[in-house]
Design a protein around this ligand. Structure first.
Ligand SMILES: NC(=O)c1ccc[n+]([C@@H]2O[C@H](COP(=O)([O-])OP(=O)(O)OC[C@H]3O[C@@H](n4cnc5c(N)ncnc54)[C@H](O)[C@@H]3O)[C@@H](O)[C@H]2O)c1
Length: 351
């Protein structure tokens, strides 16, 4: 039974606690730390026998593994301290604020003893994982363009750290867009060039961009687009992705939990859409059919569970994590180059 600790008992911690009940046979929370002690105490009081501390170093004796869910400017120092104490670490994304800090954490990484894994939860989301498999395996031909939209309202007007560029490490792109840059690189391979254009208009609480537009071109020739905003006062797309492939367009609808194949050009000898329907689905019209449906009411909860399962697998079976510190650096380097090019009003060379 792995004794799990949590450093940073804010909104992310709450999500972990409520989602992780199914893993009770493999792990239990034994300690919580937060500089605002009542937050740690609140979580500790919900788990029998768990302790609460104001100083995160005080939980080291009570845990084997630690989830770090802190403001980004604390990831480097706290991560180094946890690794030096020999604790397995699941670090919420992003790894750290600068390349130098990331390289120090990578140099200190002795995975799998102890494991250092990055929390890119969308990589574990069943719907987004399936989309990636379709693209990588060319199930519907070659993907030549992918677009991703994330539209949400995240208000930091009360002075929260996420509005502060120095604590966040940038703006919406660095903090939330990083999930989708990571996915695009995982789906489409190495990027060669790209641009970022962001704005604070509409999100005055953000010191840097609250709305972000990224265009990328990959070695394969494929292009991609990512639009993310924290200023959406309403949304139709919510979180969505489209992949234009040579045998049709895949539409991921996050809220519905579906991937729909659209094909309205003659496919020659391609299978009829009916033959591609997910179990129990019938084509909605002659041009589209649901090819995947993510069952279960709370898909996000499932992704959090699967992420922690992957972390526990690495600890128990002494495996290196797929989403290692080193692997996570690649998408951050892309983001830093995009930011740099934006300042210089040029296209970023990402080769
Ligand atoms: N994967 C996701 O989808 C997702 C979603 C939201 C947040 N996150 C990540 O989770 C992390 C935390 O974000 P959040 O939204 O929970 O932030 P939050 O502000 O809600 O919580 C951060 C907590 O850290 C505590 N804290 C600050 N300084 C501390 C210190 N020195 N020692 C101990 N505790 C300290 C704060 O008091 C607060 O309770 C970030 O890395 C963020 O990017 C991930």
């Amino acid at each position: 039974m792995i004794r799990m600790g949590m450093i940073g008992c804010g909104s992310m911690a709450d999500r972990h606690i409520s989602a992780l009940a199914p893993l009770q046979g493999r792990m239990r929370f034994t300690a919580f730390a937060d500089i605002e002690l009542p937050r740690a105490q609140r979580l500790a009081s919900s788990v029998a026998g768990a302790v609460a501390a104001e100083n995160y170093r005080d939980i080291f004796d009570h845990v084997d593994a630690i989830i770090i869910a802190l403001p980004h400017d604390l990831h480097h120092q706290v991560g180094m301290d946890c690794l030096r104490a020999g604790k397995h670490v699941l670090m919420e994304k992003p790894l750290a604020l600068t390349e130098a800090q990331c390289l120090e954490l990578i140099a200190a990484d002795r995975s799998p003893e102890p494991v250092l894994m990055l929390g890119y939860v969308m990589r574990h989301h069943p719907l987004w994982k399936q989309m990636g498999e379709y693209i990588r395996q060319r199930t519907y031909g070659e993907a030549f363009h992918v677009s991703i939209w994330t539209e949400q309202y995240t208000d930091a007007s009360q002075g929260a750290w996420i509005g502060q560029a120095k604590r966040l490490g940038g703006g919406q792109l660095f903090s939330h867009g990083c999930h989708y840059i990571d996915l695009l690189l995982d789906w489409l391979g190495d990027p060669v060039c790209g641009t970022h254009i962001g704005t604070r208009l509409g999100t005055p609480w953000m010191e840097r961009e609250g709305t972000s537009n990224v265009s990328l071109k990959f070695k394969s020739g494929a292009t991609a687009y990512h639009f993310g905003t924290w200023g959406a006062r309403g949304s139709r797309l919510g979180y969505a992705a489209h992949a234009h492939c040579t045998e049709g367009m895949l539409e991921l609808d996050h809220a519905e939990g579906t991937i729909t194949l659209h094909r309205d050009k003659s496919g020659g000898d391609l299978p009829a859409l009916e033959a591609l329907a997910f179990k129990g689905e019938a084509p909605k019209d002659i041009n589209k059919v649901v090819v995947y449906r993510c069952s279960g009411a709370d898909k996000r909860r499932k992704a959090v569970v699967q992420q922690i399962e992957a972390f526990l697998d690495c600890i128990e079976k002494k495996m290196k994590p797929d989403i290692s510190a080193q692997a996570s650096l690649r998408s951050l380097q892309v983001i830093w180059k995009l930011y740099e090019a934006e300042e210089g009003m040029v296209v970023a060379d990402l080769r």
